[in-house]
Ligand binder design. Structure first.
Ligand code: NDP
Length: 367
């Protein structure tokens, strides 16, 4: 996939091996590995794609080298701004040709939700690694298909879970795993914001696949899983709709949901498009608690426990995410909280269960 670079890389290593003692050549090997850079094309040059592109300016291991867009004027502007050569620019009709481009390693799909599956599958079939935004698909079945296609194509599939690399989140997760809070039996996740323009794709069932749950509620689902370190075995959920004109059939405005875990822990969560300042995680255990507010916004994240504030440097989330994803894809690094397709699929199984629980009013069993 990367022949010239690999050749140069190997040539550098063999010349190092003959001229340096073992420990020096090992150190040099490691630094050459470190220098390998993930060359990324962003697909969908919208609001979040722009945020990722800006954050990537500070990356050490990942570089924006290409674009896929349906808007020629955006392509021209991005070429100018980020120095992207014309040979690395594609649209939605021709991007399968990326298979013949040795200068792109991965494509980051940042389009409306319903396009994640078809576009990710085309990227995989073009032999490139896929990074896909959340929610990775419209449902668990689609997510599973994406995982299988990527596996068959021999490429990695990662989901854009930026919080999985955020320093304060990781500090709390590690303390929970080490038992600092005792037996953690309760998680509360509150995720919401007031959505504006009623004509946007986020309020269109076909493009969004749902409403607030697909967009912001998924943070509470995912947060419950990584903060408790367990997978839920049941879900209950209730929907409230105050504005059926703005939030049409199949587009959820507000859902409260509860999850039960094998240890006996429970999670109580709220997902809404009708309240601001709703971005909070609370974890309670037999020996202590952790609280985060804001917990999943762009930061800085604020976190504290019963022992006091949790301190960690704020780094732009997407900068850390892309550097860490480069390490996963180039060096095989394992992240503390997974970001692979399987992880995204687990969230989609729960989303499906929540929608089912809303519809039936029943407790939905998982696993
Ligand atoms: P935007 O509407 O701002 O951008 C989406 C872009 O997708 C468009 O600008 C367009 O780019 C492209 N696109 C392709 N087909 C369509 C279509 N039919 N309708 C509209 N746009 C289309 O959305 P966001 O950038 O806010 O969200 C994109 C994805 O990123 C979503 O899945 C969302 O959930 C996720 N996201 C993740 C966040 C995170 O923190 N992880 C935060 C925000 C969003 P072009 O003109 O170049 O083709």
């Amino acid at each position: 996939m990367n022949t010239r670079r690999e050749f140069l890389h190997k040539a550098t290593l063999s010349s190092l091996a003959v001229s340096l003692p073992f420990s020096d050549s090992l150190a040099a090997f490691n630094s050459v590995q470190e220098d390998k850079v993930l060359r990324v094309a962003i697909m969908g040059l919208g609001s979040y794609g722009t945020r990722v592109a800006e954050a990537m300016k500070d990356c050490k291991r990942a570089k924006l080298v290409g674009v896929v867009s349906g808007t020629p004027s955006k392509i021209a502007a991005w070429q100018e701004k980020y120095g992207i050569p014309s040979k690395n620019c594609y649209n939605y009709e021709n991007f399968d040709q990326i298979k013949d481009n040795p200068d792109i390693d991965a494509v980051y799909v940042i389009t409306p939700n319903s396009l994640h599956k078809p576009y990710s599958i085309r990227v995989a079939k073009a032999g490139k690694h896929v990074i896909c935004e959340k929610p990775m698909a419209l449902n668990a079945e689609e997510a599973k298909e994406m995982v299988e296609v990527c596996k068959a194509a021999g490429v990695h599939l990662l989901v854009g879970y930026r919080m999985h690399f955020e320093a304060k989140t990781l500090e709390i997760v590690q303390r929970q795993r080490a038992g600092e809070f005792g037996k953690t039996l309760f998680f509360q996740g509150l995720s919401g914001f007031i959505i504006g323009d009623p004509s946007q794709w986020r309020l269109n069932k076909e493009l969004a696949g749902g409403g607030a749950m697909m967009d912001i509620g998924i943070y509470s689902i995912n947060g419950a899983r990584y903060m408790l370190g367990e997978e839920p075995i049941w879900v209950t959920a209730q929907e409230v709709k105050t504005d059926p004109v703005k939030f049409k059939e199949g587009v959820d405005e507000t859902i409260t949901f509860q999850m039960g875990f094998p240890s006996g822990a429970v999670a109580s969560c709220l997902s809404t498009y009708s309240l601001n300042n709703l971005d909070k995680f609370f974890l309670n255990g037999t020996k202590g608690f952790a609280e985060m507010q804001p917990s999943t916004g762009y930061g800085p994240i604020k976190a504290w426990t019963n022992k006091g504030p949790v301190d960690a440097e704020h780094i732009t989330h997407q900068t850390t995410q892309m550097d860490e994803m480069a390490a996963i894809l180039l060096d095989g690094k394992k992240s503390i909280i997974p970001v692979d397709g399987e992880e995204g699929w687990k969230d989609m199984v729960i989303v499906d269960a929540i929608y089912k629980a809303v519809k039936t009013g029943e407790k939905v069993k998982l696993g």
